[in-house]
Design a protein around this ligand. Structure first.
Ligand code: UT7
Length: 333
C-alpha cells in the first residue's frame, strides 16, 4: 500500500476583540497585575461575545476561512473535520457538524468532536496523520476552539486569572513527491490517577445544571494548581525528548518549540529540562492566557504569519491538560 507524508497545508486563528487585562480582573477579585505576571506571565486574555457569534463553532468558522485562504482551498475541499473543544457550543449537534454547516460544506464529510481538554488539538494530529498517510482523507481540518470564559469562575482568583477564549486551526493534507514536509513522530498519554486535579463536574450527564448546582457554585472549573504545574513540566519535557529521539534527531535539531501556553513558568520549566534556548520557543501566553486546546494552533499560526516559522523548519509541539492528558508532535513544516 502506498503511504503518503502529511503536510500542514494552511493555518488560521481567531481571537475575540474583547481584551480583559489583569487590572480589569483585579476590580472583581483580590489580586493584582504584579502577582499575576510574576506567577504566570499573563498580562491579558480575550473574552468571546456570543452576540457576535463568537462561540466555539463561530470562532472556528473565522479561523478556518483564513486557513483555507492560506492553503488555497475552498470549503468543499475539506473531506474530514476533527474538532477539539473542552466544552463546545452544546451537546448536540456536535460542533464539527455545526461548523460544516457554517462553512457551507455540502460534501457530507465526516465531522467529529473530541474532548481531551487542553491537549485536544495535539491529540488529533496523530489521528489526522494516520488518516492522511493511508489515503483515507485528503484535506483534514483540525480545529481547537475554546470558550473557557463560559465555565471559568470569575469570582475565584485561583482560576479566573488563567484562562481565555480563542480558536486555532490547521488543514492537513499530503506532501507531494518532491516535498519533504512530514510528521516524524508523535506521543499521546493520559495519567488518570491525577484526573481529579482539574475538573468541571456539573453540566454533563452526571450532574445537570440545576438551581441547586448554581446555588452551590458547582458549575465552574476547579483546579489543584500546584499538582497540575508539576505534572505539566515533567510530562511535557519527557514527551518532547521522546518524540525528538524517536525521530532520530536531538534537541539541537528543533528549530521551533511550541508548548501549551498555560503559564510562563511551566514553559520555562520544560525548556530548562533540556536546556532549550528560549528564543526558539513561541510564547503568547502573555497576550491570550491559557486558551486550552487552542493555545498551540494559535501560536503556530501567529509564528507562520509573522515569518518566524518557515517551510522546512523542524517544529515541536507539546500539550498538557485535564485528564491528565498530554502529547507531543515533532514534524517538518
Ligand atoms: O492547562 C492546564 C491548566 N492549569 C494550569 O496550567 C495551572 C498550573 N498551575 C499554576 O499555574 C499555578 O499553580 C498558579 C498560577 C495557579 C498558582 O501559582 P502558585 O505559585 O502555585 O501559587 P499558590 O497556589 O501556591 O498560591 C500562593 C499564594 C496563596 O496565598 P497563601 O496561601 O500563600 O497566603 C494563594 O492564596 O498566592 C495566593 N493566590 C493569589 N494571590 C493573588 C492565589 N491566586 C492568587 C491571585 N492573586 N490570583
Amino acid at each position: 500500500m502506498k503511504l503518503f507524508n502529511t503536510k500542514i497545508l494552511g493555518t488560521g486563528s481567531f481571537l475575540p476583540d474583547k481584551i480583559l487585562t489583569n487590572e480589569d480582573i483585579a476590580k472583581r477579585v483580590e489580586t493584582n497585575d504584579q502577582w499575576i505576571i510574576e506567577r504566570t506571565g499573563i498580562k491579558a486574555r480575550r473574552v468571546a461575545d456570543l452576540s457576535k457569534g463568537e462561540n466555539p463553532s463561530g470562532m472556528a468558522q473565522q479561523a478556518t476561512l483564513r486557513a483555507l485562504e492560506a492553503a488555497n482551498l475552498t470549503p468543499n475541499d475539506i473531506d474530514c473535520i476533527l474538532f477539539s473543544s473542552t466544552l463546545a457550543d452544546q451537546a448536540m449537534p456536535n460542533a464539527a457538524s455545526v461548523l460544516q454547516f457554517k462553512l457551507g460544506i455540502t460534501n457530507n464529510c465526516p465531522a467529529l468532536d473530541v474532548n481531551a481538554a487542553c491537549s485536544g488539538w495535539v491529540y488529533l494530529l496523530p489521528m489526522a496523520d494516520a488518516m492522511i498517510k493511508t489515503g483515507m482523507y485528503k484535506h483534514i481540518l483540525v480545529v481547537g476552539s475554546e470558550m473557557l470564559s463560559s465555565f471559568n469562575n470569575w469570582d475565584d482568583r485561583n482560576t479566573c486569572i488563567l484562562f481565555g477564549d480563542a480558536c486555532g486551526v490547521a488543514i492537513l493534507g499530503r506532501s507531494s513527491e518532491t516535498e519533504d514536509a512530514k510528521i516524524y513522530s508523535t506521543v499521546l498519554s493520559s495519567d488518570s490517577s491525577k484526573k481529579d486535579h482539574l475538573t468541571l463536574w456539573a453540566g454533563g450527564s452526571n450532574k445537570r445544571i440545576t438551581k441547586e448546582v448554581i446555588d452551590n457554585d458547582e458549575q465552574w472549573m476547579t483546579m489543584n494548581g500546584q499538582e497540575i504545574f508539576k505534572a505539566a513540566v515533567k510530562t511535557m519535557a519527557s514527551h518532547c525528548e521522546k518524540v525528538v529521539r524517536d525521530s532520530g534527531f536531538t534537541m539541537s535539531d528543533v528549530d521551533w518549540f511550541i508548548p501549551h501556553q498555560a503559564n510562563l513558568r511551566i514553559i520555562e520549566g520544560v525548556g530548562n529540562r533540556f536546556n532549550f534556548p528560549m528564543e526558539k520557543v513561541i510564547i503568547n501566553v502573555d497576550k491570550y492566557a491559557n486558551t486550552s486546546s487552542a493555545t498551540v494552533p494559535v501560536a503556530f499560526d501567529e509564528a507562520i504569519r509573522d515569518g518566524r516559522i518557515k517551510r522546512g523548519d523542524n517544529v515541536l509541539f507539546a500539550a498538557f491538560g485535564a485528564g491528565l492528558t498530554a502529547g507531543a508532535v515533532f514534524f517538518k513544516y
